[in-house]
Write a protein that binds this ligand. Sequence first.
Ligand code: PLP
Length: 381
Amino acid sequence: MTDKRTKIIQADIGSDTTHGAVSPALYMSSTYQFKSITEKGEYDYGRGSNPNRTSLGKAVADLEGGAHGVVTASGMAAIDLLTNLFKADELIIAPHDCYGGTHRLLTHRATQGRLRVLFIDQNDKAALKDALSQKPALVLIETPSNPLMRLVDIEALCAAAKKAGALTAVDNTFLSPARQLPLSMGADFSLHSTTKYLNGHSDVVGGVIVAKDLGHGEQLAWWANCAGVTGSPFDAYQTLRGMRTLFARMDVQEGNASTIAQFLQAHPKIEKVYYPGLKSDPGYKLAQRQQSGAGAMLTFELKGGFEQTKKVIEAARLFQMAPSLGGVESLICFPTTMTHGGMTPEAREIAGIKDTLLRLSIGLESADDLIADLTASLAKI
Ligand code: PLP
C-alpha cells in the first residue's frame, strides 16, 4: 500500500483489537494506569500523549513524508511550539506577507524579547541575501502566502537557508500534503492549521507540525507536553475522520477554484486575480514545478475602493462572510479586518494587503451556483 490516497483512507481502520470496530475508537481518558509503581504503559497522561493524537500525528507525518507529527491545539500553537526550539537571541526570518496571526505572534514574541524576527520579501534576492548573512536559526516559509497567493521556491530557499546554517519550516496550510510536499524539497518541518483542509469541515480548531528528522520531532513532542499545547482527543478524532476525504475534497474544490478564477479574470469589475493556476499569474511556472495542483484558495482585487468592496462582500449569499478556509463550504473574507486585522496598517501596506482585496475559500458547491452568487454580488457596484 503505497498510494497516499489509499493510506489516508486506511489510517487506523480496523485497529481495534477489543471489539473489532472498523472505525477507530475515541479515547477521552485524561489518565492511564501504570503497570507497576515504576512501569507505565504506552500512555500515561493525556497532555503528553493520547491514542487519537498519535494516530493523527502518524497519518499527517505519513502524508508529508516526515518522521514524526506533533498534534497541537491550533495552527498558531504549532508555530509557537516550533519557536521553543530556538534561543531568545537566535534570529527567525519570516515572510512579510504571512498569515496575520503568524505576523502578530512573531512580532509580539520579539517585543517581549523571547525571539528575534526579521520579516522580508523572500522573493527579493538582495533582502534574502542580507537576511541569510545574519546567520538565522530558522527560515519560516509560507507558500502560497495568505492572502496574496505569492509563491516561494521551497527547494531554492531551503538550500540557501541550509548553507547559511538555518533550519527551515513551511506553513503548508493553503495546499495541504495533497498538493505540496515541503519535506521532499528540503524543508526540515512542515506545519498546518488543521482547522483548514486537513479537517476540512470547519468544525475543529487544531494544528500539527511534522519533522523530517525524528530527533526534532521528539524535541517538539517534549515541548508540547511541557508547555501543554497539545489538542483534545475529540479534535484529533474528528480531524482524522475529515482527512480521509482530503484528496477527494481537494480535487473538486480545486476544479471549482480554477473555473471561478477564470470567471473573475474575465469580469470587467475585477482589477486582478491572484491564483497560481492562471497562466498569467507570476507564480504559475513555479506552481507547475513544486505543487501538484493550484489549490482552492484565490484572492481578487476589485476596481474601485473600500465602499465597493464592502458592497460586494455584504451582498454575498452562498459565500459565507467569515475568516478561515479549507472547509467544504465556500467563504468570502476581507483580509484587512478579518485574517490580517492583527497586523498594523503599515505592516499590511508593506505586505501589499489593500482595502480592495477579497479572499475566497472555494468549497464543494456547484461552480455554477458559486458563479451566480459572485455575479449577483458584483452587480451591486
Ligand atoms: N497558518 C495559516 C496559513 C493560516 O491561514 C492560519 C489561520 O488562518 C494559521 C496558520 C493559524 O491557524 P489556527 O487558526 O488554527 O491557529
